[in-house]
Write a protein that binds this ligand. Structure first.
Ligand SMILES: *Cc1c(COP(=O)(O)O)cnc(C)c1O
Length: 478
């Protein structure tokens, strides 16, 4: 009999020691991350010098590999959960969910089909039900799927909309989105093979909202020219400014025009749990499909996105294939095989972290945290408005605010304002003390803060402004 000594195993004792060391490192990180520097930097050359090697043929001591990784690899990543990580959309995460992911990976749970893991499928149904209820979607008829992130959820949405509305012939189909829609939507549209002339990017109004007038014009013109308007993507919380498109009005247009209504609420959707969430996101329940990204403002670690749909049959209609090697595990219709609801067959058990964190902390804690974030951004806005040095460019909306340094009395030209605000961001970033980068609004260089971390305080914000002002004053002095 052949004997294999390459089973990739460790002794029970070695596994324990190794595992405890990993947990210790993670706990230490959660305990001390607020005091670390949020920014990592490193050129390709520096990283090559550290890591580039041939795949080693021979074994190494496990602890040595782990120590090397903890010292050199982990330390060279931005801490997106840091309270002064203000840019892009931060990932505040939470410890319970990190441990839930560890369990899901440790047990390598296959979350594709019911037969393999009925409880995993059930938890996806249950947590999806929680989200359907939170967003006012029909709980029985509605459905959804957890994805790797918002990009994948948007791709799944557009694929579904096309399948349901156009079937096989989408040569005349056109899709509408605003110039503030997230880039992942255009990416999805391209991946799905739409031609450029099938995409309508509608300009936004002065408040960065979908222009209803321009939208109506575009749809009418397309009909005259024989196009088939089939899908519209609105945004509930644009990445730039947190703006929510006029969802109720758009819903009416979509209904009248028989157009699929997708809402990208990847980061902003979570605001439904804030105190005034229902009014902030009025109309969100009118969508045919909705993207939310639990790995953003629902505080889950990467990777977790989610697509909700009004009718779960749409997903099945779009993604079901029946290969012979899966025939024995098909099961009955109430027992959902999530591989029939999206692109992935083999899927990690994403629902577990959502389930465990909400069970552990309670939805009330999430409501409080999200409300805190919305109100913190409003407080920051108030502070900026009262200051002689700062100008608010777009008001606090769903915890995002844009502003620039523009001191009274200096009368800086637009060009110099762009320069100094760019300079502030560059200096702050190279200090590594805060992650604060710029965006462009109406052609102006502005600083943007996304305040969705419940551990960020006004002190963090004040310290960051003080740092900005110091750099700015130095620059003005020369
Ligand atoms: C972040 C974001 C996305 C993309 O989501 P990923 O999880 O990064 O793939 C899409 N839309 C909006 C509005 C976002 O903020």
């Amino acid at each position: 009999m052949k004997k294999n000594d390459a089973t990739l195993e460790l002794s029970k004792e070695a596994m324990k020691t190794y595992g405890y060391n990993v947990v210790d490192a993670i706990v230490e990180h959660f305990d001390t991350q607020n005091e670390k520097l949020p920014i990592a930097s490193g050129s390709r050359q520096e990283m090559d010098t550290l890591f580039l090697e041939e795949a080693p043929e021979n074994a190494s001591n496990p602890q040595e590999v782990l120590d090397f990784v903890l010292d050199e690899v982990i330390t060279k990543s931005a801490i997106v959960s840091h309270p002064k990580s203000f840019s892009f959309v931060p990932g505040p995460s939470n410890y319970i969910s990190a441990m839930a992911d560890t369990l899901a990976t440790g047990f390598n749970i296959f979350s594709g089909g019911w037969a393999a893991s009925p409880a995993a499928a059930e938890l996806e149904i249950v947590t999806m039900g929680w989200l359907l209820k939170i967003f006012g979607f029909p709980i029985k008829k509605g459905g959804g799927i957890f994805t790797s992130g918002g990009s994948m959820a948007n791709l799944t949405a557009v694929a579904t909309a096309r399948r349901v509305r156009c079937g096989d012939d989408f040569s005349k189909a056109v899709i509408y989105l605003s110039d503030q829609a997230h880039s992942s939507n255009i990416k999805a549209i391209r991946v799905l093979g739409f031609r450029k002339e099938q995409i309508r990017v509608i300009p936004t109004d002065a408040e960065f909202k979908f222009s209803i007038n321009k939208l109506k014009n575009a749809i009418a013109k397309d009909r005259i020219e024989g196009w088939q308007p089939f899908c519209l993507i609105a945004t509930a919380g644009t990445t730039n400014t947190g703006t929510v498109d006029p969802l109720s009005e758009i819903a009416k247009i979509c209904k009248a025009e028989d157009v699929w209504f997708h809402i990208d609420g990847a980061y902003g959707g979570a605001a439904i749990l804030a105190k005034d969430g229902k009014s902030l996101l009025k109309g969100i329940n009118k969508a045919d499909s909705l993207t939310v990204d639990p790995h953003k403002w629902f505080f889950q670690p990467y990777e977790m996105g989610c697509l909700l749909v009004k009718n779960h049959k749409w997903l099945k209609q779009t993604f079901t294939e029946k290969p012979e090697y899966l025939r024995d595990i098909e099961g009955n219709t109430s027992e959902i095989n999530f591989y029939d609801h999206g692109v992935q067959l083999t899927r990690r058990f994403r629902a577990l972290k959502f389930y465990m964190s909400i069970k552990t902390f309670g939805l009330k804690a999430f409501r409080k945290a999200i409300t805190y974030n919305v109100e913190l951004a409003e407080e920051v806005e108030g502070k900026l408005r009262k200051s002689a040095n700062w100008e608010v460019i777009s008001p606090a909306t769903l915890a995002v605010i844009n502003f620039r340094f523009n001191p009274i009395g200096e009368n800086l030209s637009e060009k110099n304002l762009d320069k100094i605000n760019q300079y502030i961001s560059e200096q702050v970033v190279s200090s590594q003390k805060a992650l604060l980068v710029t965006t462009l609004l109406n052609g102006q260089v502005v600083l943007r803060m996304c305040l969705i971390n419940p551990r960020t305080t006004m002190i963090d914000v004040n310290e960051t402004f003080a740092l900005c002002e110091e750099f700015a004053q130095n620059k003005l002095a020369v």
